[in-house]
Design a protein around this ligand. Structure first.
Ligand SMILES: Nc1nc2c(c(=O)[nH]1)N[C@H]1C(S)=C(S)[C@@H](COP(=O)(O)OP(=O)(O)OC[C@H]3O[C@@H](n4cnc5c(N)ncnc54)[C@H](O)[C@@H]3O)O[C@H]1N2
Ligand code: MOO
Length: 620
């Protein structure tokens, strides 16, 4: 496991070797003065009416409507760890002197429907299920065949013990230890030597977002954080005051004069459903026109064609008891002014199946890269094809996608990708095939697993571009000639973990690769955490924050800065409030205006009011 500093050094060495600092720029960066920018803004055609645009295109635009949650998050009870689902009340007597052995009934991967088990089947012996991160817990039927155990209560198979904490037996009487080989083979039995808490590592349906919660307000500027949360709802489009892509064009100015990087985004996991419509980007059409051509695009006629689909509102309870409910189709926002947009026939699109979730990491990464000034046409979502008979977690198809991205044989003029960013599949479970696939493709792993939280499972690797493509790199932009290897960032699947890795590891690396000198790894401030006793109490209850410091020597939490730094009348100090949540919970991002980091080497086990933390911007 690498420290943050070691990991950064590995990445810096890679950049130094393959994406060195630009000594000569073929053209100087175009800067826009403040007054020039204001003229552009004034002269650009202003929107006259709201338009419904794909989610990603709504980035940077002013929302015209309130958007409420149509589904709860998490959508169903699921496991926070790769491990074994068992009945916690059966583990109370477990100890080193009294180890308890459980028979493994089967494996539940993320995206699998939950197995239904009957109470009688249950009670006869100690049994468990191998369960992967994000997979649903087994559902228990009573003697009448009804679902009797309410989600979240200490029912049967209510908890997950993580696989590092068990001894696995691949034969009934085998006493081998689980930790090394359990990730590749499901054992027949496991032994535990300590009790497991009720609901341990169980993420409860609706614990982050409830149906009806307001996620975006009319008048809000849509940010990448909204994109993350709305994408997780399956939202396809948002009604905004469309400015014809002005925002994207302004961002584009920032990119001029620097090395252009082709970036591919890959989503893994068969439970993850892509919502293609939400990921359309209208803004690049305008961005392509270039900054010298500001007044060309304000045609919203095509945008109006986006259908306003109706949505099924789901109750905030009961989903986890009925996971095979057909879930919502991709959602158009519940918009109070939506009647102004004509409803057209709904096109066929994917629906969520049992135990599936909408892709939120992909749109978030895409939105973040756009926000940070990457050229829209340099970012591509690389889909992993699903072969017939496969379920979407197919290492071979994944490898083919990566390999294709390194050679880019689509067209002679196309450059291979400089950067690949994937989410999911990097941890310890049986389906976490990303590291082994990268090795199989001849990639070199710079680091895998970090002393930080969330984001600990992250991997950085680099892979050679297809040698036959190297000559083409000499063409055109001279700055491309150095790159003969691609950087691979394997981010963990949990959305907050992906966001932390993106902000603190990937983004600074990409900035360097582009040739930007300013280092976004440097904190903007050091400040005391606010909130008095209440804060401590709240943080103590929170799994994400109250972690034993080693081995998590850096911990990142979304936060909100307070304007007053004086001591209040109630003795409560202001400064920054950590909005600590679990790494699957994205809602905190909506209220956050910064990240705080409890820095390396602190060595304390808890976060206390008054602790000094590093503060970082959400953006670079
Ligand atoms: N036994 C252990 N289990 C886990 C450990 C561990 O150390 N031991 N680490 C946990 C941590 S921390 C994280 S983070 C996750 C990372 O796992 P993976 O990177 O392998 O990711 P997955 O298992 O594929 O997915 C995790 C989680 O994220 C959801 N997900 C995946 N992709 C997306 C997406 N595009 N949009 C939204 N959500 C996504 C997925 O459904 C899972 O719920 O492992 C822990 N387990
Ligand atoms: O879910 Mo994990 O590292 O990202 O906390």
């Amino acid at each position: 496991m690498s420290s943050f500093t070691q990991a950064m050094r590995v990445i810096d060495d890679f950049i130094h070797e393959y994406y060195p600092v630009l000594t000569q720029r073929p053209f100087s960066p175009k800067s826009t003065s403040h007054s020039e920018a204001l003229i552009h803004v004034k002269e650009s055609p202003l929107p006259t009416e709201p338009a419904r645009v794909p989610l990603l295109s709504s980035l940077g635009q002013k929302s015209c409507s309130n958007v409420r949650a149509q589904i709860q998050m998490p959508l169903f009870d699921n496991s926070a760890m790769d491990g074994y689902a068992l009945c916690s009340s059966q583990t109370i007597s477990a100890s080193l002197a009294n180890p308890l052995t459980f028979r493994v009934l089967g494996i539940i991967a993320a995206g699998d429907p939950p197995p239904m088990v009957s109470v009688s089947q249950e009670q006869s012996e100690l049994t468990c299920w191998a369960i992967m991160t994000g997979a649903p817990f087994p559902l228990t039927l009573d003697t009448k065949g009804d679902l009797s155990i309410v989600s979240g209560s200490a029912g049967l198979y209510d908890a997950c013990v993580k696989l590092e904490l068990v001894t696995a037996h691949h034969q009934p009487n085998d006493s081998s230890t689980a930790t090394s080989n359990c990730s590749t083979k499901v054992p027949t039995h496991i032994t535990i030597t300590a009790p497991v808490d009720s609901n341990a590592n169980r993420r409860l349906a609706g614990e982050d977002i409830k149906v009806g919660d307001q996620l975006l307000n009319a008048g809000d500027i849509v940010r990448k954080e909204h994109v993350m949360v709305l994408a997780s709802m399956g939202v396809q489009d948002v009604e905004v005051e469309w400015d014809g892509g002005m925002w994207a064009r302004q961002r584009q100015v920032l990119g001029d004069g620097y090395r252009r990087l082709r970036i591919g985004i890959i989503n893994t996991g068969k439970e993850v459903v892509l919502n293609a419509k939400s990921e359309e980007v209208l803004a690049p059409i305008a961005a392509e026109a270039g900054t010298d051509n500001l007044a060309t695009t304000n045609d919203i006629s095509s945008i109006k064609e986006y259908p306003l689909s109706t949505f099924h509102s789901t109750s905030s309870q009961g989903l986890s008891n009925n996971p095979v409910d057909p879930l919502t189709p991709p959602i158009s926002c519940a918009a109070s002014r939506s009647t102004s947009v004509a409803e057209t026939t709904r096109q066929p699109r994917p629906y969520l199946g049992a135990s599936q979730i909408w892709n939120s990491n992909g749109p978030y990464i895409h939105a973040a890269l756009l926000t940070w000034g990457f050229h829209p046409s340099d970012i591509e979502v690389l889909s992993v094809p699903i072969a017939e008979g496969q379920d979407g977690d197919d290492p071979e198809a994944f490898q083919a996608t990566v390999s294709n991205a390194l050679s880019c044989n689509k067209g002679a003029d196309e450059q291979p990708f400089d950067v690949l960013i994937s989410t999911g599949g990097v941890s310890t479970g049986v389906h976490d095939y990303v590291p082994s696939s990268i090795l199989a493709l001849g990639g070199e792993i710079g680091f895998h697993k970090l002393k930080m939280r969330p984001g600990g499972p992250m991997m950085f690797a680099h892979l050679a571009h297809d040698p036959s493509r190297r000559n083409t790199e000499v063409k055109g932009d001279a700055m491309m000639t150095k790159a003969t290897r691609a950087a691979y960032f394997g981010l963990p699947g949990n959305p907050l973990a992906a966001a932390v890795c993106l902000r603190f590891i990937v983004a600074p690396a990409l900035q360097k690769m582009r040739g930007i000198v300013q280092d976004s790894r440097i904190p903007c401030a050091k400040i005391q955490i606010s909130g008095g006793g209440r804060q401590e109490e709240r943080l103590q209850q929170d799994r994400a924050v109250v972690q034993k410091k080693p081995p998590y020597t850096r911990m990142y939490v979304p936060a909100r800065l307070h304007t007053s730094l004086t001591t209040g009348i109630d003795g409560e100090r202001s400064g920054v409030e950590a909005l600590a949540r679990g790494s699957n919970m994205t809602r905190a991002l909506l209220n956050a205006d910064s990240w705080v980091c409890f820095a390396e080497g602190e060595g304390r086990e808890k976060v206390y009011e008054g602790d000094e933390v590093e503060v970082y911007g959400l953006d670079l």
